[in-house]
Write a protein that binds this ligand. Sequence first.
Ligand code: PLP
Length: 404
Amino acid sequence: MISEKMRPLVENNSVIRVMFEEGKRLAAIYGAENVYDFSLGNPNVAAPPEVEESILEILREEDPTFVHGYMSNAGYEDVRETIAHSLNERFGTNFGVSNILMTVGAASGLNIILKTILDPGQEVMAFAPYFVEYGNYVRNYDGKLVVVSPNTVDFQPNLEEFAQKVTPRTKAVIINTPNNPTGVVYSDETLKKLAEILRKKEEEFGITIVLISDEPYRELAYDGVVVPYVTKYYADTVICYSYSKSLSLPGERIGYLVIPDELQDSGAVFTAATIANRVLGSVNAPSLMQRVIKRCIEKGASVNLEAYDRNRNRLYEGLKECGFSCIRPEGAFYLFVQSPVADEKEFCSKASAHNLLLVPGSSFACPGYVRIAYCVSYEQIERSLPAFRALAREYGLGTVEDKA
Ligand code: PLP
């Protein structure tokens, strides 16, 4: 009954399901407070108060037939205008209504742009480690995902291998910064080099290569780190943004695409993307949430970054003290930790015996590492540290005092 195309997805789903079941099993035995689930990228910080306030204001003040009605498939014009204006103010860009297309989160934005530009057999490149759904999204449109192997020194993209793997069939490249799962922010230098390679390859092959910048974590950057705005580096860029993490609204499904004028055939791409939104079945992004976003931008709403920052510092320091090795993340809410053994799935099983639920790096095409999502309560981090310490000792890691 299940289609050929769906079958592998159903089989792969088991990894996530197993982890979910494992969490439930452990919670039933030890109590939920003694299970340290670091597996999900679901924000634990509440949406800012402006969200609730805006919802109530809209329901009281705005015409319900307008608030709950259909609008242009690209979204409400005043909402798109507000977003464009806010981007221009913050990043010195020059966007208008005709560059912003409201989407059902980043997942929908990625599907819309891939459906818009991809012909069967064309290649989309991604840098490992990458968000595992990219492969599924590309296959939705019969494209082929080409993976560039990880640069495990600093987890900036491996640009040498990238340059070698671009072919005349390359249609797009997906980048994600701040990155899930590493927390790394791609530097100004990285983006300059990436743009230069892309421009050269476009010229060499006489093709257009679209750089898709997947940015649900743009606002989650720490220590004053600047997340470069990608359209400034490369003309053929499409930005895929989401409020799932920046306003802690993952279930509300709201985001947008930026299709800049500088992109090749920008107007036609925008029209096609609007149609893609419709025929993929979303039709338009949720109307109430669009209106909420407008008010939240006007009110300057943002999520409590300090809570994530506190978690990041405590967990990073705690893991280092245990003897684990990982780079200090500058953004998002993930730590990417090197497994003490090559088979990180075995390490995850050992961790789960200490009630620690971690995601194997092979789920992000980067075996030998594990992802720890620290969008959890500070108390969970504090309580989990003895378990991490015990796990580290099993592998002969530990602090100087421990080893003595
Ligand atoms: N891209 C990346 C890198 C993500 O981590 C996620 C969600 O975790 C998404 C896209 C999907 O985000 P959304 O909830 O906006 O669809």
